[in-house]
Design a protein around this ligand. Structure first.
Ligand SMILES: Nc1ncnc2c1ncn2[C@@H]1O[C@H](COP(=O)(O)OP(=O)(O)OP(=O)(O)O)[C@@H](O)[C@H]1O
Length: 672
């Protein structure tokens, strides 16, 4: 996300760097606030005007009367169209009216949002209007991790004793407050649903607040709440709220999963869909603001880092550019990063610092999807998507961090050549128009190509300046272990996420040039690619064990660990060698010193076995002969018996078993 400094911003507005190619500038504003029926109270109207909001936006004009008339609403309107005020204003108006009759300490409204930052932002909007109207309402922000545990305990105690008019927060924390905490559960560390929440039912502590007076429930970014797996928490919250309440779902995108929530949580809701007009037949009912220009840049993955920029000629009348090329790294930026793995405190400080940048400072926020929804960062000029999101629904939300409330803005997404160009059509079917661009201009905005350039929109591959950039980066990385390790993790994350793309027919890992991708991440080596037939990736010449951490303490620990590891490895291999040596020398010793003894023993064993065998046969022979004794008085000259005896004697050479069988069969034939 890029924010220009004020000066640059003014310049770019004059030059209209990123104009929407075909959609007309839609009037983002509807009617005056006084036209809303039932009417809003005077102090609220004054507060709205004091904020410079002269007229309602279409979504506000359509939604506010419905909520005031006690209707449930499902609201779908493009990013930056003013959905927050569409619920903040009627919530305050309703509480104002009701508080005359009911001044209990119990909360009157709950607002659920998917992230800490968005909850904080909604909290701030409520706070502003409460202060401007001089209302005596208290707010409670229920977000995980932003305060330390002691602070939270204190705040919860205060909430218990003093109550709060409006609760705003993420689903898990809100569930703890209104339903009680699951006993034995652990504190959640991330904004997503905790794995420890095996079930939202089970033994719970006493709820912190009583929800019997809740008048309104709002779920902002409702589809995202379900996508993030908060269904259980939401259902638990719903189960403790009075049936006679109003419920509103808000988002720029709705999905099928919401159908069930709408069926169980809402009563006969009004569906409000605010469409964006466009003069293009193709783009009617466009899902992104008309002031937002979305561009795509088809660019090989190893050239992405270069973020090729082109200095435009300030003399717009000639229509030509100076041809000069400027690497964006030459400009100085306030660079910050924001992601879900960050320590919550640091995350908040980073976010606050970025949103409150001085007007003359240009900012660059490198972030994950934690910042993709709902956030209203002032003066964002351009959103650059390094890769398209795995869930295509996130795309308009990401782009929508710019071009808010009727302001102009541009977004750019990089596409890998080959299959990913199809994404443009994929998005166009979803009413999200995109246009090609070959460059970023010097203000980091996509360069709007002239008509003559339209035929050749591909990234000029022959311009291999990025090679030197990546080689410089590799050189730098080879001296800094932290970046080296982070690079590997980033690449693995990229590959994993690529596999998760919902549009797998466009984003196929098999078709992706992984070697170029790895090079694009400036990796030094790629052992996993060793088995590939065509090797294009060239390992960087460096001893990986020797890449140091720049932080001395860390490096010392690493060296120590490395030494220990090496020593252990050496000891193990020595041990292994010793064992094998011992074995072979034992064999040798045996053959020399005990050879005769072993031989003797073997012969003795053999002889013993033979003697045993002979004894067995002898015993059998006696037994058999005994059984074959001729009856008294019979002639010894019986030829049959003689033959039988001969056969028997021959058979004595066989086994004892066949011998006995023979005897038995002979006896049987003798009896017959
Ligand atoms: N009536 C109005 N007139 C002028 N500006 C307005 C008006 N209503 C809201 N805004 C401004 O428009 C900006 C965007 O509003 P908001 O954050 O409510 O958008 P949103 O529709 O919720 O967007 P998203 O879908 O991205 O969450 C804010 O800076 C807000 O102050």
């Amino acid at each position: 996300m890029a924010r220009k400094s004020r000066n640059q911003n003014e310049k770019s507005t004059q030059n209209s760097v990123a104009k929407k190619p075909s959609a007309s500038a839609v009037d983002s504003y509807a009617e005056g606030w006084d036209k809303i029926k039932p009417s809003l109270s005077k102090d609220l109207l004054e507060a709205i005007h004091s904020q410079g909001f002269e007229r309602t936006t279409p979504v506000q004009f359509a939604t506010i009367p419905q909520i005031l008339k006690e209707k449930d609403v499902v609201v779908e309107a493009v990013t930056g169209s003013g959905k927050t005020l569409a619920f903040v204003i009627p919530v305050l108006e309703i509480i104002k009216k009701r508080s005359k009759k009911n001044n209990s300490k119990n909360p009157k409204t709950i607002i659920i949002s998917p992230t800490r930052e968005l909850s904080q932002q909604i909290y701030n909007v409520f706070q502003t209007f409460i202060e401007l109207c001089g209302l005596d309402y208290s707010l409670y922000l229920a977000i995980g991790g932003s305060q330390d545990e002691a602070d939270t305990v204190e705040k919860i105690a205060k909430l218990k004793s003093d109550g709060a008019t409006i609760l705003i927060g993420t689903p898990g924390r809100l569930e703890d407050i209104v339903c009680g905490r699951l006993i034995g559960s652990t504190v959640k560390k991330s904004s997503g649903p905790s794995k420890n929440w095996q079930s939202s039912t089970g033994r719970r502590s006493t709820p912190v607040v009583n929800c019997k007076d809740i008048e309104i429930l709002i779920m902002d970014e409702a589809d995202r709440l379900l996508d993030m797996g908060f269904e259980k928490q939401i259902n638990m919250i719903l189960s403790v709220l009075p049936k006679q309440r109003r419920t509103g779902l808000f988002s720029a995108t709705m999905n099928e999963a919401l159908t069930e929530l709408i069926r169980t949580g809402l009563r006969n809701p009004s569906k409000i869909v605010v469409k964006v007009e466009s003069d293009s037949m193709l783009l009617s009912e466009q899902k992104t603001p008309s002031t937002l220009s979305i561009y795509y840049l088809v660019c090989p993955p190893d050239l992405k880092l270069y973020l090729k920029s082109k200095q435009q000629n300030t003399d717009a009348s000639t229509g030509s550019d100076s041809g000069g090329k400027a690497s964006i790294s030459k400009t100085s930026y306030h660079v910050a990063s924001l992601h879900g793995q960050m320590d919550p405190k640091r995350r908040q400080i980073t976010y606050d610092a970025f949103t409150n940048l001085a007007p003359e400072t240009t900012g660059l926020l490198i972030c994950t999807d934690v910042a993709s929804r709902g956030l209203d960062i002032p003066d964002v000029d351009c959103v650059i998507q390094w890769d398209p999101p795995t869930d295509s629904k996130a795309f308009p939300h990401r782009c929508g961090r710019t071009a808010r409330a009727g302001r102009e803005g541009s977004a750019l997404v990089f596409l890998n050549p080959g299959r990913e160009e199809t994404y443009v059509e994929f998005m166009s079917i979803r009413k999200i128009p995109m246009f090609p661009t070959p460059y970023l201009d010097s203000n980091l905005a996509p360069y709007e190509p002239k008509k003559s350039e339209n035929e050749n929109m591909g990234f000029p591959e022959e311009d291999m300046e990025s090679n030197s950039l990546i080689e410089n980066l590799r050189k730098m990385i080879s001296k800094d272990r932290e970046i080296y390790e982070k690079g590997l993790v980033a690449f693995v994350s990229f590959v994993k996420s690529y596999q998760k793309h919902e549009a797998s027919f466009i984003f196929s890992l098999k078709k992706l040039d992984l070697q170029k991708c790895a090079y694009g991440y400036a990796l030094l080596h790629m052992p996993e690619l060793r088995d590939l037939k065509e090797q294009t990736f060239v390992n960087y010449e460096v001893n990986l064990d020797k890449i140091p951490f720049t932080e001395k303490k860390r490096e010392k620990i690493r060296i120590q660990k490395l030494k220990e590891k090496k020593a252990k490895r050496k000891a193990t291999s020595e041990q292994l060698t010793d064992i094998s040596k011992q074995k072979s020398s034992k064999r040798k010793l045996e053959s020399w010193s005990h050879q005769a003894e072993i031989k003797e023993k073997r012969t003795a064993r053999k002889e013993k076995r033979a003697r045993k065998k002979e004894a067995v046969f002898k015993a059998m022979e006696t037994q058999a002969l005994e059984q074959m004794k001729l009856p008294e008085g019979s002639s010894n000259k019986n030829p049959e018996t003689d033959i039988a005896n001969t056969i028997f004697k021959q058979k004595l050479q066989g086994t004892g078993e066949s011998l006995l069988k023979l005897v038995k069969s002979r006896n049987r034939s003798g009896n017959n």
